[in-house]
Design a protein around this ligand. Structure first.
Ligand code: GAL
Length: 711
């Protein structure tokens, strides 16, 4: 597996490996050694080429401080290698052994109520702790040195889903590190006081040692700048923790590829040092975990959303863990992929940019807190339908692979994403409003269900391949993004700027100029003179339904619409709609055209959606937040002129479609996400790489069946 140096981060980046990684996370330490050879033979027979090992095995590798024993994994790696299966090893820092937490209890995480994590589950160690960093470096050094010359170890995963159980820390050591970070960032306390607005509520500090980590509701709301810097610090500390490991691994063997498997994207700035250090990103795919969440839209749409978000950070990625069956921990369980669905879910990941995929896990554990998290084979060691589907997927990959590698995922409509500062700025001051992601996902859902190529992109990225860029109320808009975005519009692109965009600077201060700030006003020809809250249709205006940061994300708080709830409406394209969440009143430059207006109460007649032509393109401003009907209205107004068409006409319900493309080829993935057969009336004429048959008139897909049409 050849690795070349990674290209700079971009949604258009392809993987820097010359083969598709295919296999499973595997836990040889969970079974008797007599299983190992049969396991390896079955993996090879399935068509796998790799396993991931060791992420929770520190206690076996270093049973006592300074005493290392690699023998179990050495033997396991050898047995696997004899069957042609290579190993990705992991730094095992998600689960420090008991001797470590007993001898160095200060490495345990402290929560915001001052409780120290107990030893008994995982991710109990604090990656912000300088003492824990020493041990993380020690175990990484030992592993790196031991495996540097082993040709069967081809790459590394750092830790396991950093920050997924918890990302915050309130330990004394964290507080000290936080102060150190602030000292480096601001140099003088006067600069920090300015940034955090020290003259508001007498929050000015005399020196850095007085600063505490912010605590929610203790008793009131902390200053936005304080909170934002705490999360910037957590992301910095996570990156530094990982950087230690990356440095050691790269020094030991520069041929190794290194990635991290992301779970929840909490306090990780992937476009910063964290992502720049890695060869590529890994994203663990468990869409059924979200099935019961409000607005999830079903697990196929959730999987598509998560992978599109993830791709915005770094382009093509691998899936180090792809859900294969029923999943549970003691407190919850997920729905079960139906026959055929595990393979379809894996192909959906490939369709959205996965150039490697490992099914979680080889076999389920017989003990511990995930005994019912099913694997590819069952507890009785019998391979059944999930194994057969893995075999089928491996066959699919061997047919697709020669055409797939080197392609990127097409995106006609892009939503601004992958910006850590905006994600956090929202959380410092959510006001019960939808987050940028909650807003943007309405557009994503619209495109997903109609087969329009849609995804996320950072405004600094190469925008030349997209047709529409929607910015969902990013409160921080940086002047350095303007040139790229202006060039995109000038070259014919359509920029759509949502309300509240560019209302703050990087300190979360409201500037003295009217929003949208930093050049966007000029580009859109719009200034926001007034804004105010609107209730979500059917809800009372008093309680926000959004905003996880202050416990507001609680549907139980939803109140019935009272008679006092005011309805605000607007018109767009000869139709009238209810508005939600926010209104803005706009002042326009002379060259701006109004295409949507407020239609009732005091705002009646004022512009709501505007268009300014610029070069060959246009800058559209939308003075409210999205709702489903508004997305539909905007699409009707704007998509055709931007030449945005579905990838397939007449897409039947529950069929997913994406395109992976390179200069010389297009691969259209058509995936039936349902248990009913379906028919595609006007498929492109080409070869279905999966069946090897030419597709001409219509395409019939059985339950959970997939086609990959090359043309
Ligand atoms: C992932 C985690 C795995 C396993 C899996 C199923 O988030 O990385 O270790 O716990 O979920 O729960």
């Amino acid at each position: 597996m050849k690795r070349t140096p990674p290209a700079p981060l971009s949604v258009w980046r392809t993987l820097n490996l010359d083969d598709f990684l295919l296999g499973v996370p595997h836990y040889p330490e969970h079974v008797d050694e007599s299983y190992w050879l049969r396991d390896a033979q079955r993996m090879a027979a399935a068509g796998f080429n790799v396993v991931r090992l060791g992420e929770f095995a520190w206690h076996l590798i270093e049973p006592q401080e300074g005493h290392f024993d690699f023998s179990l994994f050495d033997r396991a790696i050898d047995v696997l290698a004899c069957e042609g299966i290579k190993t990705i090893f992991c730094t095992p820092t998600a689960t420090p052994p008991r001797w470590l937490t007993s001898t160095y209890p200060e490495v345990l995480r402290t929560d915001e109520w001052g409780r120290t994590a107990s030893h008994g589950s995982r991710q109990h160690a604090d990656t912000n702790s300088p003492v824990y960093r020493i041990h993380s470096r020690r175990i990484t050094e030992a592993l790196a040195r031991h495996y540097a010359g082993n040709p069967n170890v081809i790459g590394w995963q750092t830790d396991n889903e950093l920050n997924t159980t918890v990302s915050t820390s309130y330990a004394e050591a964290t507080e000290r590190e936080f102060r150190r970070y602030l000292r480096d960032r601001y140099e003088t306390i006067a600069a920090l006081n300015f940034a955090w607005g020290g003259n508001f509520w007498a929050l000015a500090y005399d020196n850095f040692d007085q600063i505490a980590v912010p605590r929610k509701d203790n008793p009131g709301f902390p200053a936005p700048g304080h909170l934002q810097d705490y999360h910037r610090f957590l992301a910095h500390a996570t990156a530094v923790f990982q950087h230690d490991q990356v440095e050691i691994l790269r020094r030991a063997n520069s041929d190794w590829f290194i990635f991290h498997n992301l779970g929840r994207l909490e306090d990780i700035d992937f476009r910063g040092q964290f992502g720049q250090d890695l060869d590529f990103l890994g994203f663990d795919v468990y869409p059924m975990l979200y099935d019961e969440m409000r607005r999830s839209g079903g697990h196929p749409a959730t999987q598509a959303l998560h992978l599109d978000i993830c791709r915005a950070y770094s382009g093509n990625f691998i899936v180090p863990e792809q859900a294969s069956g029923f999943g549970s921990q003691p407190g919850f369980s997920t729905m079960t992929p139906e026959p055929g669905e595990m393979r379809r879910m894996a192909l959906s990941s490939v369709a959205r940019g996965a150039d490697g995929l490992l099914f979680f896990r080889w076999r389920p554990a017989h003990f511990g807190a995930e005994i019912y998290w099913m694997g590819i084979i069952d507890h009785d060691d019998v391979p059944r339908r999930r194994y057969q589907e893995a075999v089928q997927f491996a066959g699919d990959i061997s047919k697709i692979k020669p055409h797939l590698l080197g392609t990127t995922v097409r995106m006609d409509v892009a939503i601004a994403g992958a910006d850590f500062d905006n994600q956090e700025a929202y959380k410092t001051y959510p006001m019960g409003m939808p987050s940028p992601l909650e807003d943007g996902l309405l557009l994503h859902r619209y495109c997903y269900s109609r087969g329009i190529a849609c995804g996320f992109i950072h405004p600094e990225d190469d925008l030349s391949r997209i047709k529409i860029l929607y910015v969902p109320h990013w409160v921080i808009w940086r002047p350095e993004w303007n040139e790229n975005v202006e060039a995109f519009v000038k070259d014919g692109g359509t920029l759509i700027v949502g309300a509240m965009t560019g209302t703050r600077d990087e300190n979360n201060h409201i500037p003295t100029e009217l929003a949208p700030r930093a050049g966007l006003s000029r580009l859109c020809g719009v200034r926001v003179e007034e804004f105010g809250r609107l209730a979500e249709p059917g809800a009372d205006g008093l309680f926000g339904l959004h905003g996880t940061e202050y416990g507001l994300h609680n549907p139980a708080k939803r109140l019935p619409a009272s008679s006092a709830t005011r309805r605000y409406s607007f018109s767009l394209g000869n139709q009238e709609y209810d508005a939600a969440h926010l209104y803005e009143l706009l002042r326009l430059d002379d060259d701006v055209k109004v295409i949507g207006r407020w239609t009732n109460r005091f705002a009646s007649g004022r512009p709501m959606v505007t268009v300014r032509r610029f070069g060959n393109g246009r800058a559209v401003y939308v003075g409210t937040y999205l709702t489903e009907p508004l997305v539909e209205a905007l699409a009707t107004q704007l998509f055709a002129e931007s030449n945005v068409q579905p990838l397939l006409q007449d897409l039947p319900p529950n069929v997913e479609v994406t395109m992976r493309e390179a200069d010389d080829r297009k691969l259209l993935f058509v995936l039936n996400c349902d248990a009913e057969a379906t028919e595609i009336k006007t498929p492109p004429q080409g070869i279905d790489l999966i069946t090897g048959r030419r597709v001409e008139e219509k395409l019939t897909l059985g339950p959970h069946e997939c086609a990959v049409i090359q043309f």
